[in-house]
Design a protein around this ligand. Structure first.
Ligand SMILES: [Zn+2]
Length: 285
C-alpha cells in the first residue's frame, strides 16, 4: 500500500500532468470506487466543466482541487493514475476515466479495486469521512516532538499499532513505521507509556527524517507501487530493516528478524531494538 512518501510523489506528478485541464466528461466503469455521491451518474455529471486547479494531499489521501469541487481519492493497495491520449486503448482494470477538453484522459486503474473516490464541495471535505478523523501531518511544521508526546505518551498500547493508526499521525504505514522505530532504536512491542523522554525525541526525529528522505527519493517501489507517471521510486534501496529479513543490520551486523505485531509483518534488529523488559526502563515524561 502506498504510504505518505508514495502518495506525495503521485501528488507531485499529478500536478504536472493535469493542473489547468478542463473536464469534458467522466466515465465510471466500476461504481464501487465512487463512494460519494451515492449514485455514480451524479459523480459523472457533477464533474463536467470543472477545471483542475491543483492536487494536494492529506495523509494518504489525494485531494484533487477543482474550481467548484474537491475529489478525495485513496489509492489503497494498488490504485494508480495515468495520463493517456483519449484514443489510446483502455487498459484492463481501468475503472474511472476523466476525459479532458484537450483530448487527453486521466485514467484510474486499480487491479484490487479497493481504491475510493469521494466528491465534495470545497471546504466540506474535512468535516466528513474519510478526512474528518485524520491526525497530525508529520511533514508539517506543527508536528513537533511535544505534540507527538502529548498524543501518545500515556497510551498503554504497543507503539507500532499506535503509529499505524491514522487518527494520531497520518501517512505512516507498515514500511515507514518499521524504519522509524529502527532508527529510533525502539522495539515495536514496547508500550507507548514505557518510552523514556529521550526516546520520544528520537522517535519524532526518526519519523521526520525517514519520511523526508523517502519523499526526496520519490517513495519506495515495493511490489506494484509506481508513481503517477509510471516511474519507480528509489527509496527501497535505502530501507534499513523493511524487507531485509536475515540480512545484517547496517549498524551492528546482527541479522534482521521478522515477526508479527498487531497482525502486521514487522522487521527489527534484535540488538538495536531491545524487547520490552530488556529495554532499560528510564523515567518517562
Ligand atoms: Zn542492529
Amino acid at each position: 500500500m502506498p504510504e505518505l512518501p508514495e502518495v506525495e510523489t503521485v501528488r507531485r506528478t499529478l500536478i504536472e500532468l493535469v493542473a489547468g485541464k478542463k473536464i469534458k466528461s467522466v466515465t465510471v466503469r466500476l461504481p464501487r470506487i465512487i463512494q460519494r455521491p451515492a449514485v455514480p451518474e451524479q459523480f459523472e455529471d457533477a464533474l463536467v466543466g470543472m477545471t483542475i486547479e491543483t492536487v494536494e494531499r492529506r495523509g494518504k489521501f489525494l485531494r484533487i482541487v477543482m474550481d467548484g469541487l474537491v475529489l478525495v481519492s485513496h489509492l489503497r493497495m494498488e490504485g494508480r493514475y495515468g495520463l493517456f491520449q483519449s484514443e489510446e486503448p483502455i487498459e484492463l482494470h481501468t475503472h474511472v476515466l476523466f476525459h479532458f477538453e484537450d483530448g487527453t484522459d486521466l485514467r484510474y486503474k486499480d487491479v484490487r479495486q479497493f481504491g475510493t473516490m469521494h466528491l465534495f464541495t470545497p471546504g466540506t471535505e474535512f468535516e466528513l469521512p474519510p478526512l474528518n478523523k485524520l491526525g497530525l501531518e508529520p511533514l508539517e511544521p506543527d508536528f513537533t516532538r511535544d505534540v507527538l508526546f502529548a498524543k501518545l505518551a500515556r497510551r498503554l498500547a504497543k507503539i507500532k499499532p499506535l503509529l499505524l493508526n491514522q487518527e494520531y499521525v497520518v501517512g505512516l504505514g507498515n514500511i515507514y513505521v518499521d524504519e522509524a522505530l529502527f532508527q529510533a532504536g525502539i522495539h515495536p512491542e514496547r508500550t507507548a507509556s514505557s518510552l523514556a523522554a529521550g526516546e520520544w525525541d528520537k522517535l519524532h526525529a526518526a519519523i521526520c527524517s525517514t519520511l523526508g528522505k523517502a519523499v526526496e527519493a520519490g517513495g519506495s517501489s515495493i511490489k506494484s507501487y509506481v508513481n503517477g507517471q509510471g516511474e519507480m521510486g528509489m527509496f527501497q534501496h535505502q530501507l534499513l530493516v523493511y524487507g531485509r529479513k536475515d540480512e545484517p543490520c547496517h549498524t551492528c551486523g546482527e541479522a534482521i528478524e521478522k515477526f508479527v505485531v498487531g497482525g502486521r509483518g514487522t522487521h527489527i534488529c534484535p540488538s538495536c531494538q531491545k524487547a520490552p523488559g530488556q529495554a532499560g526502563k528510564q523515567s518517562t515524561g
